[in-house]
Design a protein around this ligand. Sequence first.
Ligand code: AP5
Length: 218
Amino acid sequence: MHVVLVGPPGAGKGTQAQLIAARLQIPHVSTGDIFRENVSEMTELGRQAKIFMKAGDLVPDAITVAMVRDRLAKPDAHGGFILDGFPRTLVQAEQLQQTLAELDENLDVVLEMRTDEEELIRRLSGRRTCQGCGRIWHVHYDPTSVDSQCDECGFSLAQRDDDRPETIRRRMQVYREQTEPLVEFYAARGLLAVIDAVGTVDEVTLRAVQALKEALST
Ligand code: AP5
């Protein structure tokens, strides 16, 4: 199954993508995670991306599209994938169509996750990410049993650099201006499914899985 998750920062895309990918046995491809790995490994890609990420802006399309094209060409993505954080602009969406056509694949569904802005800010300000396995936690909504230590692998947790209040505001603005138009783009192509992303993680997973089943049966 070929799935795209769309939603504002903090909607829960990464959280749900990890769960759905494990359930469907398909790779979770997060452009944000790939950029962060490159930043921490101090690669050339990371050096270029860091400037934009720190400001809450999008990394230029040319860099991002080339990176995703390479990732989707890997053998593990041939049976399907869940894309989290890509596409984020109309140019990226058009390039994705082209990449998939070259690979002789199609998107099955684009899942839009809707949440109100106050909830997004609560989620982002309390988010912590495991430095070992990448599991996403929240200090109130999904706390670890030992403070700042991942229950799954024991590594320490960290707060993302771009989860500072002024960067969060910029990311929200960028989402409204550059990414929201994708909702119309995919609705016009009959690929859009919308879910309410407010509720517990389990409740949202149930809605997401139901929406994926419905999309496959139509
Ligand atoms: P990216 O990492 O993709 O960030 P984002 O889209 O802003 O989304 P987030 O990761 O902040 O939120 P999320 O929706 O995944 O929420 P999460 O599941 O973590 O991108 C970062 C940067 O990289 C961009 O700003 C840009 O610079 C660059 N970039 C990435 N892709 C790009 C592209 N395509 N083009 C150009 N540049 C790109 O959840 C948040 C918190 O809420 C967690 O603590 C979680 O535990 C909690 N939570 C989740 N679900 C629930 C729930 N149901 N109830 C309560 N708490 C919940």
